[in-house]
Design a protein around this ligand. Structure first.
Ligand code: HSE
Length: 400
């Protein structure tokens, strides 16, 4: 029997306990021994809940118990998670976490400690909820040099954008709905401003290129400026608007960015709707591969966490090699990034727009009047922002 402790009995923590109880026999069979939740750390008490007998309020009880071989960290936030996880690893306990803030900020250091101590630091649930993406990147796509990762990495915003497009629903009500369904972060800003997707693309980029990507270096835009008029244009363009995290190798540099994009109907991410996430990866010998599934929510996320627990049990005494060095990866300059843009300007700016931009296509939308809309040829971000300011663009959305 192997004893584990769960830090945090919130949405994901209670999901972890539920998954272990529900699939007890098959999980134990796959792990090769029985997995027992010995402690659950939470500030709160849960009177009447069977979990109460396992609740502890003091982390040192877990940390000092040599019987605890695996710590599941599902509290979220950098502190105290970082202190607890580091302590656990230093004491020779493996850690499974869903905490993308922790992984994005301290992943390289925590992996190095795990390697030194011959234990494991596993974080499948930190990106893409229940979708296996960390393990495939680390263990399966090892024959390739990754050229591109493009992902719908946030379930909340994908759910919101889908409802806005399909039902014409307003922003506040769809956000509330997503929060009630347990998809959203405690602070919804992290979802709607793109910060959550930013941390996730930082983790994927670090793993794909083997060095530390600081998420602060990633240009990030959320969905708060997407309007019902943009949605109408998207329909006219046979496109959907998706919040995409992208990292790409080009001209010897790695570029990374999070922003809403117009995704055309032939693109594999076009019909990834609701809370689903999808991650499209391009490798130099493999070509394209896409991972798709439930990107947020209690049980999908808990499923990924428990899969890490099983992996940790199977690798007791062995560190699973993960290449993510602490050396910083210097990203290419955002201004040099090349994109194509969908742009809306006031009708009286049409002539100026035509003078300033190389226009790839004009966009007509019967439901909108008083505007001129178009798609630019590929251009750099720096050039675009200068010209967009001159023409006083109403809005612009990059193409996928
Ligand atoms: N708030 C996140 C999302 C949870 O909506 O994707 C999963 O990381």
């Amino acid at each position: 029997m192997i004893n584990i402790a769960v830090l945090g009995y919130g949405t994901v923590g209670s999901g972890v306990v539920e998954v272990i109880n529900t699939n007890h026999a098959s999980i134990n069979k796959r792990a090769g021994q029985e997995i027992n939740v010995k402690y659950v750390l939470d500030l709160r008490d849960f009177p009447g809940d069977p979990i109460q007998e396992k609740i502890v309020h003091d982390y040192s009880v877990i940390s000092n118990d040599d019987d605890i071989k695996i710590v599941v960290e599902v509290m979220g936030g950098v502190e105290p998670a970082y202190t607890f996880v580091k302590e656990a690893l230093l004491k020779g306990k493996s850690v499974a976490t869903s905490n993308k803030e922790l992984v994005a900020k301290h992943g390289a250091e925590l992996l190095a400690i795990a390697k030194e101590k011959k234990v494991n630091f596993l974080f499948e649930a930190s990106v893409g909820g229940g979708i296996p993406i960390i393990r495939p990147l680390n263990n399966s796509l090892t024959a390739d040099k990754i050229r591109e990762i493009t992902g719908i990495l946030n379930g909340t915003t994908n759910y919101m954008l889908t409802k806005m497009a399909n039902e014409g629903a307003d922003y506040d009500s769809v956000l509330k709905d997503a929060q009630e369904k347990g998809y959203a972060e405690r602070n919804p800003e992290a979802d709607v401003e793109g910060y959550d997707a930013c941390r996730k693309i930082a983790i994927l980029t670090s793993l794909a290129f083997g060095k530390q990507v600081d998420y602060e270096d990633i240009h990030t835009e959320g969905i708060t400026k997407i309007s019902d008029v943009d949605m109408k244009y998207a329909k006219a363009m046979e496109s959907s608007i998706k919040l995409l995290g992208i990292s790409k190798k080009a001209d010897g540099n790695v570029y990374a960015m999070v922003s809403p994009r117009m995704v055309g109907k032939n693109h594999p991410l076009y019909s990834v709707n609701d809370v689903f996430n999808a991650i499209f990866v391009n490798g130099n010998v493999l070509g394209d591969v896409m991972f798709y599934g439930s990107g947020a929510g209690k049980l999908p996320t808990a499923s990924a966490v428990v899969s890490d627990v099983v992996d940790a049990v199977k690798h007791t005494g062995t560190n699973i090699m993960t290449i993510w060095e602490q050396e910083k990866l210097q990203l290419g300059d955002f201004g040099d990034c090349k994109n194509q843009f969908f742009v809306r300007v006031a009708k009286d700016k049409e002539a100026m727009a035509k003078e300033l931009f190389e226009i790839a296509k004009e966009v007509k939308c019967e439901e909108v009047s008083g505007e001129y809309a178009f798609v630019t040829e590929i251009m750099t971000e720096a050039e675009f922002s200068e010209k967009a300011a001159k023409v006083e663009a109403i809005s612009s959305i990059r193409l996928a």
